[in-house]
Design a protein around this ligand. Structure first.
Ligand SMILES: Cc1cc2nc3c(=O)[nH]c(=O)nc-3n(C[C@H](O)[C@H](O)[C@H](O)COP(=O)(O)OP(=O)(O)OC[C@H]3O[C@@H](n4cnc5c(N)ncnc54)[C@H](O)[C@@H]3O)c2cc1C
Length: 521
């Protein structure tokens, strides 16, 4: 068994975990983050892509609304390269009560969420595709956020402060030393090796899996209710800014423009198994109907991909355990010293990706208080690597970058303008990574062809670089296509069936993909 030693182990590499490891490292502690898979492969990579202005919660969850508004400003400053400042609208469609706008506006004023009531004619000019029958509109500071860029930015910042990040390290046990936490035991799933990390403190950021981690330390049942929701990416930017329905939060009431696509979402129901989130035909139809209400003709554009994520909602005694839409979106910290008599373990869950930095600040403040130390939080003051110049991204940023320094470089993915140099560098940085790990950072295969053309090119280049052998190359390609398929089959209708059939002919017909060797380690 391999042995490591540190001050603080952070479990979970989603937005909360990387926020915590960054904060802990910046306060001068030795720290190691472990995740059972790649960073942001949990809910932080399976969300809607909205940098909340707070507008969504001004009536239903006022505290979250204010937190979102404040964190929106901070994140736009410290993680500018992960954010597109699209702005957003709340619009009353012809089936919504325009008078509800008064309740909403009062909520926004009370919660200090910046907004402005705007003329319908001006909204229709800015958003020519949206429902011309809207009767009222408010402008807000919603934005679009790339969860993978945000998570990797915070992780790189932690590493710059000496923090370690161990992906594919699955926690299997938490050892106690008397009434304190003593060590975390993990399995390195890439090598099979057991790793023991001796530590003084553990912060459990495993979100929807947080209850499993607490149980590994012998704590009483921690009830994190997974509130599952689906999202669908359509193949165009149907809107230029985030478009929300001016209603109490409901299913399918937001369209977010993210890079080259627009995402409609979401639903909300209690998931039976957080590792197997299904996408039903009914939910897909419901989302398309909702899209149609905001953007007439929505169904005529091509649905590219569907996915589901689970909100880590801490059980709230005010509502039934089945009713996840109305559970608090606020953050919860569980002090296991007080609750279970185990010192040195805190669990944090809830919140939103938009409020991840604040969640980290609260839990690390609590850790410092328990250790009897005063070390102030500085995460709001310093930009993460890559965001130092404060420039937020725009839809055409890859085109600009290509014109600046990559005109001589081969394009591997036309949809997302991903070049050979970008791919080779990412592969060298993450030699044990799968093509999906690289996809999350480069957007390989995320555009309209869904990997139909670029994935074979990328496989060839990976082989050429000498980083991997032929068996691993074809194994990774098979795994990549199998994973893409999970998000394709629920939306197979219309033009997407034609695209999928074409891809299938390429892979099965010309490559006989099913019979290629498959080392996916
Ligand atoms: C459908 C949906 C849409 C959403 N849309 C938005 C939005 O638009 N904007 C917004 O701000 N928020 C949104 N949210 C909320 C937001 O996505 C989450 O609050 C946030 O991503 C949670 O991050 P996290 O780090 O707490 O959890 P996660 O990202 O799930 O991280 C938990 C990590 O723990 C790891 N883990 C689990 N078990 C183990 C183990 N045994 N050992 C090691 N690691 C382990 C997992 O692999 C995972 O990476 C949405 C949520 C959902 C479900």
């Amino acid at each position: 068994m391999k042995s490591l030693s540190t001050d603080v182990v952070v479990i979970g590499g989603g937005s909360t975990g990387v926020g915590v490891v960054r904060d802990v490292a910046m306060r001068g502690y030795r720290t190691i983050l472990v995740d059972r898979v790649d960073l942001a492969q949990g809910t932080s990579g399976r969300f809607h892509g909205l940098l909340h202005s707070g507008g969504r919660y001004v009536v239903s969850d006022p505290r979250s609304a204010t937190e979102c508004a404040e964190e929106n400003t901070i994140l736009t400053r410290i993680q500018a390269n992960a954010i597109e400042t699209t702005g957003g609208y709340f619009v009353a469609t012809h089936v919504d009560d325009p008078a509800w706008g008064d309740t909403w506006a009062k909520g926004a004023t009370d919660t200090k969420v910046p907004f402005e009531e705007v003329r319908v004619a001006d909204v229709l000019k800015a958003e020519p595709r949206i429902n011309p029958k809207i009767s009222r509109a408010f402008k807000v500071l919603d934005g679009s956020v790339d969860g993978w860029q945000l998570v990797w930015g915070a992780a790189r910042s932690a590493m710059a402060y000496g923090g370690q990040v161990l992906t594919y390290h699955r926690v299997t046990k938490i050892e106690r030393e008397g009434d304190r936490v003593g060590a975390v035991i993990c399995t390195d799933d890439k090598t099979g090796e057991e790793v023991r990390i001796e530590c003084h403190f553990v912060i459990n950021c495993a979100a929807a899996w947080g209850g499993q981690i607490a149980a590994m330390a012998g704590c009483h049942d921690v009830q994190v209710v997974p509130g599952a929701g689906i999202m669908i990416a359509m193949n165009h930017r149907l809107v230029n800014s985030v478009v929300n329905r001016l209603v109490y939060p409901a299913d399918g009431d937001i369209i977010v423009p993210v890079h080259t696509v627009s995402i409609i979402g979401t639903t909300d129901h209690k998931a039976a198994d957080v590792d197997r989130l299904g996408i039903s035909r009914e939910e897909v139809q419901q989302m398309l109907d909702c899209g149609e209400l905001l953007v007439p003709g929505f169904r005529e554009s091509r649905a590219l991909h569907a996915w589901a994520g689970a909100r880590p909602l801490v059980k709230d005694s005010r509502v039934s355990a089945e009713d996840t839409r109305h559970m608090s979106r606020g953050m919860s910290i569980i002090d296991h010293a007080e609750r279970d008599g185990l010192k040195g373990l805190l669990t944090i869950a809830g919140g939103k990706l938009t409020t991840y930095r604040l969640m980290a600040q609260h839990v690390v403040d609590e850790m410092c208080a328990q250790l009897g130390e005063t070390r102030p939080c500085r995460t709001a003051e310093e930009a993460c690597p890559g965001a130092e110049d404060g420039t937020t991204y725009v839809i055409t940023h890859r085109l600009h970058e290509r014109e600046e320094d990559r005109l001589d470089d081969q394009i591997l993915c036309e949809c997302e303008l991903m070049s050979r140099r970008m791919f080779v560098k990412a592969l060298a940085d993450q030699p044990r990574g799968s093509f999906d790990d690289l996809r999350r950072q480069l957007r390989l295969g995320m555009g309209p062809c869904q990997g139909g053309f670029c994935s074979t090119r990328a496989t060839g280049v990976a082989l050429e670089t000498g980083h991997i052998d032929i068996e691993r190359a074809t194994g990774l390609l098979r795994l990549f296509l199998a994973n893409r398929w999970i998000g394709l089959w629920p939306i197979l209708y219309g033009d997407q069936v034609r695209q999928t059939a074409l891809d299938n002919w390429i892979f099965a017909g010309t490559l006989d993909i099913e019979h290629l060797p498959a080392d996916q380690g």
